[in-house]
Design a protein around this ligand. Structure first.
Ligand code: C2E
Ligand code: MG
Ligand code: MG
Ligand code: MG
Length: 290
């Protein structure tokens, strides 16, 4: 009686695999022409200093809009770009675009920074760092104003990762480990990496105040960052209850829909300035109490 079901299931499975691989192949060829035609743009999600409310910078996030007006999510096309080697051209494009969009702001406000996401290949080869250093020459942007985010997925070869992260820090960049907690990170292994910051993955922020099994882990992650002397950035802050928890635990920075969704360059610049007007006083008062 179960046999027909099994056969149907298998057929469905085979069809699913075929469909997925076809989709990937289409995506692959589409990506190639998208890079050529420059269908990518950047958005900027504000990063907030949690104790003052000031916007200290943004994370740059790539967006792909097809000519027909539809868009593809980066979690779908970045892995394909990595597999096909198109990631090099894409990362170069991201660096160019960030410099073009943010140069004026970064030169005007030396305390502002922009974070760039690096892919597996980017970290391993150290190529992206060389490209970035060359492109920053003569722009007036300080390397300290460009932060680099790398996920552990990028650390296929741990020794290679260590070498290129160390080179990035020597060049003056701040280095953050992205999506922290979802990989295989152990304290022992983290200790050996040259890092400045941990970005706590949004799944752990979501768990705050819930009764899920993940909830106590969030607290441990914060402790871990403090033990290692790293500062922390919380990703995906959506509620004021989450914010209150993070402030109480002295997490330094946060980003998420509670503050703002990722914004086009112009809108981010306006947001940054408006926030400085609104919360800059609080910061001054904290620095010179009385
Ligand atoms: P990520 O670096 O961890 O980026 C954070 C993601 O969380 C972004 O998704 C952002 O839009 C989303 N997010 C921010 N706040 C909230 C919130 O409050 N709630 C929820 N539900 N989501 C929030 P996005 O832009 O779709 O990017 C996905 C991933 O794609 C990134 O994760 C990053 O790994 C990769 N990516 C994005 N841009 C680039 C890029 O320029 N280069 C590379 N190599 N990877 C990129
Ligand atoms: Mg990131
Ligand atoms: Mg992340
Ligand atoms: Mg993430």
């Amino acid at each position: 009686q179960l046999l027909p079901l099994g056969v149907a299931g298998a057929a469905f499975g085979v069809f699913g695999v075929w469909w997925l691989s076809r989709r990937r192949m289409t995506l692959r060829s589409e990506l190639t022409s998208a890079v050529r035609r420059g269908e990518f743009s950047m958005q900027y999600q504000p990063i907030i200093e949690l104790d003052t409310g000031i916007c200290v910078g943004a994370e740059s996030l790539v967006r792909w809009s097809r000519p027909d007006g539809t868009s593809v999510r980066p979690d779908l096309f970045i892995p394909v770009a990595e597999e096909t080697g198109l990631i090099n051209a894409l990362t170069d494009h991201v660096i160019d675009q960030v410099i073009q969009d943010m140069r004026e702001l970064l030169v005007r406000d030396r305390s502002a920074h922009i974070a760039i996401n690096l892919s597996a290949g980017d970290v391993g080869s150290g190529r992206a760092l060389k490209v970035l250093s060359a492109k920053l020459q003569g722009t007036g942007i300080h390397p300290q104003q460009i932060w680099l985010e790398a996920t552990e997925r990028g650390f296929i070869d741990i020794q290679g990762a260590r070498t290129s992260l160390a080179a990035a820090r020597r060049a003056g960049h701040c280095v953050a480990i992205d999506d922290f907690g979802v990989g295989y990170s152990s304290l022992q292994y983290l200790q050996t990496l040259p890092l400045d910051a941990l970005k706590i993955d949004k799944s752990f922020i979501e768990a705050i105040g819930t009764h899920s099994a993940t909830s106590p882990v969030t607290s441990h992650i914060i402790d871990m960052a403090k033990t290692l002397g790293l500062f922390t950035v919380a990703e995906g802050v959506e509620t004021s209850a989450q914010l209150a928890y993070l402030q109480a635990r002295q997490v330094e920075f946060g980003q998420g829909w509670l503050f703002s969704k990722p914004l086009p360059a112009e809108e981010f610049i306006r947001y940054h300035e408006q926030r400085l007007k609104q919360y800059g006083k609080a910061k001054e008062n904290m620095q010179n109490p009385n």
